[in-house]
Ligand binder design. Structure first.
Ligand SMILES: *Cc1c(COP(=O)(O)O)cnc(C)c1O
Length: 497
């Protein structure tokens, strides 16, 4: 393991966040709500929330200087991922980490040698393709690495894990494709019976791996989530069966997403570097939070533009400084469903930095103000930092999505999906001369074929890798909405040490 003995002096930057210029002390992770000494990466890898209800954050952002960025121009994606990840993961031997990263980011899994190709879309706007993985959405970028990290860490500890999740689409399939065939891991994925798109059902249900269990609940998505809560709330069962999750607050998932911001910048700029901006179709704020981390590390990012759909809780925050969580009746079902959120589960990480990493202030906002008042308003001083961190936002509607999908198709011949369309729509009003605008492509058009056809009259073709998937044999079980029954299925088929 590479470890420097020389202590590098720490300094606070103008925003009060400690940065260092190279790896010094071991990397530690603290809760956004607590003051404990911090834990190592492999201690938080398998965790969701911190015990005090906060989210894990590194105590500092390792700085990457201009010379290092120049040197990274010659790296392929896997080597770039290794160079970034090793700055946050120092308790896995370097050779093992390298091996996992190289097994994850292959042309075989992600369709191209570049892994995340950059495609010009229209003047000033380029698309960073993140959706060429097995489930055709950007969640594969992080989840595929998580599968290898989980298998490795569980093997090292001689432990097992039963992953229990609820999905209405993208997350569940990305988790199943990441965990299929992994030693020591079983997946029990609940989905509302008959409510996922035909393509999403085909993706999940045609997996034949014995460690993957699709449980279709007679009910809606909320019923699935209630069952996950009930099962996880039975602490004795949870401990005995080693129940875990892979939700979007997992730090390793966020970390894996930091890599493609660097990859995008390296491809969009010449030898001399220069600034770029990113527009990110956002829901739970995981994807764009990774952009914030990249910027804090020193990547020359000018603007991070948060794009929302009609569920605009984040756009409202960036315009006003008020974060107002929505109720069920105020949460709309839209044609970009993966962004239909009422609150953003990763947002607390960003606010932690905005309030100068004050855990008491963060706890007040998220553990007191949000449950009591349904939200909070930042002080003017705090809100000023949001802009200093490069953040801005915009929102998009169903009509905007249709118009954007159609105009992109007319101009470039390319079909984009509804979420990416939200991004392109918002990006168009945030471009600046001389600053390339990179829109993150979060899913492939074929996943939302009906809307794309409505907008363009063209049916997006199935990629070769998944051609014929809809006629393969399926494995799933339809069950009533009953937590006890789900427990029984896990006890019966789950992995045990
Ligand atoms: C998950 C998802 C998003 C939202 O990403 P967050 O990290 O939750 O902000 C956007 N688009 C698609 C297609 C997704 O699957």
């Amino acid at each position: 393991m590479r470890r420097r003995v020389r202590r590098i002096p720490r300094r606070s930057n103008s925003l009060g966040v400690v940065t260092t210029s190279a790896t010094a002390d071991p990397v530690r992770y603290v809760s956004t709500r607590g003051r404990d000494a911090g834990r190592r990466f492999s201690e938080i890898l398998l965790e969701g929330l911190a015990p005090d209800g906060g989210l894990y954050m590194p105590t500092r952002y390792p700085r990457v200087d201009a010379a290092t960025l120049r040197a990274w121009r010659s790296l392929d994606y896997a080597d770039l991922a290794e160079a970034i990840l090793e700055r946050y993961i120092d308790d896995i031997p370097a050779g093992d980490l390298r091996d996992m990263v190289r097994r994850t980011y292959t042309a075989e899994v992600f369709g191209t040698r570049e892994i995340t190709p950059l495609t010009p879309l229209e003047p000033g706007i380029v698309l960073l393709e993140l959706s060429n993985g097995p489930t055709l959405a950007f969640k594969d970028m992080a989840m595929q690495l998580l599968g290898n990290l989980f298998e490795y860490e569980l093997g090292r500890r001689r432990e097992t894990l039963n992953i229990l999740g609820a999905t209405s689409g993208d997350t569940g399939s990305a988790a199943e494709y990441a965990m299929r065939g992994k030693a020591g891991i079983s997946v029990f994925m609940l989905s509302p019976d008959g409510r996922m798109s035909p393509f999403q059902q085909a993706q999940m249900f045609t997996l034949q791996d014995p460690n993957i269990h699709n449980l279709c609940v007679r009910g809606v998505f909320d019923d699935c989530q209630d069952i996950v809560k009930a099962v996880s709330g039975d602490l004795e069962f949870k401990r005995r069966m080693r129940i875990g999750t892979v939700n979007s607050i997992n730090w390793a998932r966020l970390l894996a997403q930091v890599v493609y911001y660097f990859a995008g910048w390296l491809r969009a700029t010449g030898e001399d570097g220069g600034e770029v901006s990113f527009t990110v179709p956002s829901g739970n704020f995981g994807n764009i939070c990774a952009g914030h981390v990249a910027r804090m590390m020193g990547l020359p990012i000018r603007r991070l533009v948060t794009a929302t759909n009609e569920n605009d809780v984040l756009d409202e925050f960036f315009r006003t400084g008020t974060y107002r969580v929505r109720g069920g009746a105020e949460t709309f079902e839209t044609s970009s469903p993966s962004m239909d959120i009422s609150k953003a589960s990763n947002f607390e990480r960003f606010v932690f930095d905005v309030v100068g990493r004050d855990p008491d202030r963060t706890r007040h906002l998220f553990a007191e103000a949000v449950p009591r008042d349904g939200g909070f308003t930042l002080t003017p001083g705090e809100f000023a930092r949001v802009a200093e961190f490069g953040f801005t936002s915009g929102r998009s509607t169903h009509a905007d999505r249709l118009a954007t999908i159609a105009s992109v198709h007319r101009a470039s011949g390319r079909l984009i999906d509804t979420h990416t369309a939200d991004g392109v729509h918002v990006a168009r009003s945030h471009t600046e001369p001389g600053v390339p605008m990179i829109v993150l492509e979060t899913a492939r058009a074929v996943k939302f074929a009906d809307v794309v056809r409505e907008a363009t009259g063209v049916t997006p073709p199935l990629p070769d890798a998944v051609a014929g998937i809809e006629s393969l044999p399926r494995r799933f079980e339809v069950i009533p909405a009953d937590a006890e029954l789900v427990k029984a299925r896990i006890a019966e088929d789950g992995t045990r040490a």
